[in-house]
Design a protein around this ligand. Structure first.
Ligand code: OXD
Length: 315
């Protein structure tokens, strides 16, 4: 019976085969046969695929595949594969390390904007000693779009710093200390009150292009936007127009429609845009292995899997 694991990826960010072999083996308490694609030997040996942005069609060529594990917390990178093998369950990791790093990314840019760090860097270049008028933390309103594992953790940590924090999700959520909104009207409310907006939504048909000219116009003048979710949520030309018109003060972007960000994309050189190469939440096999191991144990003993993906819903 097929029993080997394969790590299938040709992109940065989902961990690495050696790390997964070591950490997953340790979590399972056994030496595992984990092969790194494309050197996987006989495809019929592979029972469990750990995948991050796998090239389309590769998973379909594993005839005895019993489980697909997304080694990112998002799964859109898998669902775009037109040959995704039907009937093979897909689960995602829950990685507390990744969740924590995502919050760090949001908080880093929130504080960078809130404490006027660009203005002080410019002053240092011209040797100026001058205090920029500060904004009281209690008056800097933050909105977090998406209140799943990552969004809820990010929102809680931001609120703990003293920022009035609201969140938005598709269906109603209750999180202590967070002003939670949902549905279409709820989105308008959160946009309207977000001096800093953090996007953590999944990529689905409903979230594609959600952040367009209308959405940016709803946000207060001088607002800052952090995207650590998916580039497909944003209409790039509308974001650029909002920045150029001075309506938005800036944007920190970690994700893009096309990655790596094409060399000629205006974001690279825009003075109000910070570009990072999809590093907000790198998967850490050390912290993610236990969630994979638990599903491997469940698969082996025929128990229900955790963190199952519904391909129709897209998350
Ligand atoms: C993920 C990501 O989905 O890093 O985990 O984008």
């Amino acid at each position: 019976m097929a029993a080997a694991f394969a790590y299938i990826s040709n992109a940065q960010g989902g961990g690495d085969a050696a790390g997964w072999r070591q950490r997953l083996g340790a979590a399972l308490g056994e030496a595992i046969d984990l092969r790194a694609w494309p050197d996987i030997g006989d495809p019929a040996d592979i029972a469990i695929a750990l995948a991050w942005k796998p090239p389309p069609g590769v998973l379909a060529r594993l005839p005895n595949l019993r489980l697909i594990v997304s080694t990112g917390m998002g799964v859109d990178h898998l669902l775009v594969d037109p040959e995704l093998p039907a009937g093979v369950p897909i689960v995602r990791i829950i990685d507390p390390g990744l969740v924590g790093q995502m919050a760090e990314y949001a908080i880093y840019w929130l504080l960078h904007h809130h404490r006027d760090m660009d203005a002080y860097a410019a002053q240092q270049r011209s040797r100026q000693w001058h205090e920029v008028p500060f904004t009281d933390t209690a008056l800097r309103r933050v909105g977090v779009l998406g209140l799943g594992e990552i969004g809820a953790n990010t929102a809680r940590k931001i609120a703990a710093l003293g920022f009035p924090t609201a969140g938005w999700s598709r269906s109603p959520r209750r999180i202590d200390g967070i002003d939670c909104h949902h549905g279409r009207d709820g989105l308008e409310d959160v946009l309207r009150r977000s001096d800093v907006l953090v996007d953590v939504l999944p990529m689905t048909a409903q979230t594609a292009g959600l952040l367009d000219a209308r959405a940016f116009a709803r946000m207060p003048r001088g607002a800052f936007f952090v995207n650590m979710a998916r580039g497909g949520h944003v209409v790039d030309r509308d974001l650029l127009a909002a920045l150029d018109a001075g309506h938005l003060a800036g944007a920190a972007l970690d994700v893009f429609h096309v990655e790596p960000l094409p060399q000629d994309h205006p974001f690279w050189s825009h003075p109000k845009v910070k570009v990072t190469p999809h590093i907000a939440g790198p998967t850490n096999p050390r912290t993610a292995a236990e969630s994979v191991a638990e599903n491997v144990r469940r698969l082996r003993t025929g128990r229900p899997l955790l963190n199952l993906i519904d391909p129709a819903a897209g998350y």
